[in-house]
Design a protein around this ligand. Structure first.
Ligand code: ZN
Length: 498
């Protein structure tokens, strides 16, 4: 790393960090290739390559020279982006230093073993087979949390996904949801027509997805769309935005899924280029990231104005399977956005979705505190699904074994999904206030003003600001459930809540 030995400490720190940023981007490229193109027989070699790069990244971050440069930069005095850089790198480095390397290695191994054990247990619908992996992961996360000085162990786990947020704040935000959502779900469900049922020809769906993505701002010069089992996106570099979707003849999930991933990818694409090749040049937290995907999926994808413009071409592309919806988009959009309590989180509509998360958050806290014996987890899950959503769980495969997160030890991740949905409503409210002609622009397919508003108020900051500061900058206040509950209330009253 032939970094300049001269210049300010902040400049030398940047030079030292730039190759690490490159390695992190290469890792994303490997992931994209693995999920979209790699033959299955390449898995072992790819795992080795990814582990090598991860190891280089970790070694690079804990290198003594980074600590020395941080100290020197603070001694010299830094401001602006340099101050933000020092703040972020010190935070990461301090966290990394607190955790013994042996524990890091053990968590990584338990994560791989757990994912494998979970996949088999889920296929066999056998929770007892998953139990030892869950127990081991939980014990390791307890040890991990004990490395930090926090009010409660959950705070240490949450902080890895949502820097600076505490479990008590999540409880304060989720409380009103638990109280108010069940009644709203019941009313909205009664007024929903049910999701469109296929079959929908795959060729037509591919064409529809292309039309919608072109409409929101996907340009072929710098964007790439692939297909994968689980949709995701990566940004291997400036001007290289990649996302995937998946197609099934039995549903139109490809449509909302592509808008979701577009929102994630647009966030990364619109970060200030001045932050490239630094740890500041990425999305600020999981919940802010999820707010950007949900904004496009739920609020653009659920906008009648948007669909008025898009519907003629999309209807033609989808062909005979959607002709019955008529030449106006209203009934189609109502069906697409139907509210219906269901078993599976990833298929849930935006009104029932947060209840899936409230349940997981409550169970995680109980497991971590030792208030819930792990043998009793499936029963607690099934009771929760009945209480919160009114559905009966037929088997663990469609119940407690449905998500990968606990198998890889990712306790504390789930809340960010619901917080992202809530934040999407709050940011959408602010964007509407800032763009008085938004409906006309959505209908005309002129999405540049919305993209520009998001760039200015959310995306460009990268990690220059903290998550809390980004939320305040965009909406003028801290995260609260109010705008989301207003959306859910309007759905309960039969409107689409725009
Ligand atoms: Zn997402």
């Amino acid at each position: 790393m032939g970094a300049a030995a001269t210049g300010s400490a902040a400049e030398r720190l940047r030079a030292r960090l730039a190759p690490l940023s490159d390695l992190a981007r290469v890792l994303q490229l490997l992931e994209y290739d693995q999920e979209t193109a790699m033959p299955r027989s390449g898995a072992a070699a790819r795992a080795q390559q990814s582990a090598t790069i991860s190891g280089l990244l970790h070694e690079g971050m804990i290198h003594p020279e980074i600590a020395e440069l941080l100290d020197a930069a603070e001694d010299e005095g830094v401001d602006g982006d340099d101050a933000a850089l020092v703040r972020e790198v010190r935070r990461e480095a301090d966290k990394a230093r607190r955790v013994p390397t042996d524990l890091v290695r053990e968590m990584s191994m338990a994560s791989s073993a757990g994912q494998d054990g979970w996949a088999r247990a889920r296929d066999d619908d056998d929770f007892a087979a998953f139990l030892p992996f869950l127990r081991h992961n939980l014990e390791l996360r307890r040890q991990y949390a004990a490395c930090f000085e926090v009010d409660e162990p959950y705070d240490a786990l949450l902080d890895d996904f949502e820097p600076g947020m505490r479990a008590a704040e999540v409880r304060a935000v989720f409380g009103p949801l638990r109280d108010k959502l069940p009644a709203l779900i019941a009313s909205a469900g009664e007024r929903s027509p049910g999701v469109p049922t296929g079959p929908f020809a795959l060729g037509g769906q591919r064409r529809a997805v292309e039309l919608l993505l072109a409409r929101v701002g996907f340009d072929r010069e710098s964007w790439l769309l692939g297909e994968s089992v689980h949709p995701f996106c990566v940004t291997p570099g400036r001007g290289d935005n990649r996302m995937t979707t998946r197609f099934s003849e039995s549903s139109l999930e490809s449509i909302l899924s592509c808008l979701h991933e577009f929102g994630h990818a647009l966030y990364e694409a619109q970060i200030d280029p001045a932050l490239d090749r630094t740890p500041l040049g990425m999305g600020v937290s999981m919940s802010v990231h999820e707010s950007q995907s949900r904004l496009w999926e739920v609020f653009v994808g659920g906008s009648i104005a948007f669909w008025r413009g898009a519907w003629p071409d999309v209807r033609e592309a989808l062909g005979s399977s959607v002709q019955g919806w008529g030449d106006q988009p209203e009934s189609f959009v109502r069906a697409l956005m139907s509210v219906q309590p269901s078993l599976i989180r990833v298929d849930a509509d935006p009104v029932t979705y947060p209840m899936h998360i409230v349940l997981r958050f409550e169970l995680e806290q109980a497991m971590l505190a030792g208030d819930l014996a792990l043998e009793d987890l499936p029963g607690a899950w099934n009771d929760g699904m009945r209480d919160l959503l009114g559905v009966t769980v037929p088997d663990d495969r469609r119940g407690v074994l449905q998500d990968v997160h606990w198998s890889i030890g990712a306790f504390g991740y789930f809340p960010t999904y619901a917080l992202g949905t809530l934040l999407a409503a709050q940011i959408w409210e602010a964007a509407r206030a800032g763009l008085p002609d938004l409906d006309a622009q959505l209908e005309a397919g002129d999405l540049a003003p919305l993209r520009g508003w998001l760039a200015e108020h959310v995306h460009s900051h990268g990690r220059r600001l903290t998550p809390r500061e980004v939320i305040r900058a965009a909406t003028g206040r801290d995260l609260d459930a109010g705008p989301y509950l207003a959306y859910a209330r309007s759905r309960a009253e039969g409107s689409l809540g725009q």
